[in-house]
Design a protein around this ligand. Structure first.
Ligand SMILES: CC(C)(COP(=O)(O)OP(=O)(O)OC[C@H]1O[C@@H](n2cnc3c(N)ncnc32)[C@H](O)[C@@H]1OP(=O)(O)O)[C@@H](O)C(=O)NCCC(=O)NCCS
Length: 157
């Protein structure tokens, strides 16, 4: 397994994993945006030539200087490779990048129903700090929206 920087060459594979991972996946435009923004750091996990997981972190940058907060925008592992510690590897790596860059706190939102991801985040030092009501839309237009749990991790100082 190798941690690699994500590039536009990965977009087909990213979208494939994305569609297998989320009820409302990022589309091509959103993925292209994430790969293009200077303040977003994308990291991939590869097995041979195959991309099997990824994470995107956005650093808050004000006047070109990294600010003390960052947001985990996305993390997913190909369903065929889940439960083998790869999510932890990706999250641990991207958190360490943030701490090294001087970030003091990382925030994220996660669906209330996504207890597997919440367990991963708790294991990595995130704690719930609030709820965003009706934050997520659902696939079926008749289905009600879903709340997000907001979680935060802090650098050890
Ligand atoms: C969340 C996700 C990235 C975890 O990736 P993964 O490679 O399966 O995770 P790991 O094998 O590293 O597991 C890390 C921890 O997460 C929790 N976890 C992950 N999958 C779990 C499952 N199926 N059941 C229970 N706990 C689970 C456990 O705490 C686990 O630690 P442990 O094995 O020491 O108990 C993956 O399930 C995924 O891609 N899900 C769909 C996308 C998603 O929901 N992303 C998060 C959006 S907020």
């Amino acid at each position: 397994m190798n941690l690699i920087p994500l590039t536009h060459a990965h977009i087909d594979r990213l979208l494939h994993i994305e569609q297998a991972s989320f009820p409302t996946p990022w589309n091509s435009d959103t993925m292209t945006w994430a790969l293009s923004e200077m303040d977003i750091h994308g990291i991939g996990l590869s097995a041979g030539n195959d991309l099997i997981g990824y994470a995107f972190l956005r650093h808050s940058i004000i006047d070109g200087i990294p600010f003390e907060q960052a947001d985990l925008l996305n993390i997913a592992v190909d369903p065929a490779y889940r439960g083998r510690g790869y999510g932890k590897i990706l999250l641990s790596h991207i958190m360490n990048l943030a701490w090294t860059a001087g970030t003091e706190s990382i925030f994220l939102e996660v669906r209330t129903s996504n207890t597997n991801a919440q367990k991963l985040y708790s294991a990595m030092g995130f704690t719930p700090i609030g709820v965003r009501k009706d934050y997520y839309c659902n696939l079926h237009p008749d289905t009600s929206r879903e709340d997000a749990v907001v979680m935060m991790a802090s650098a050890i100082v």
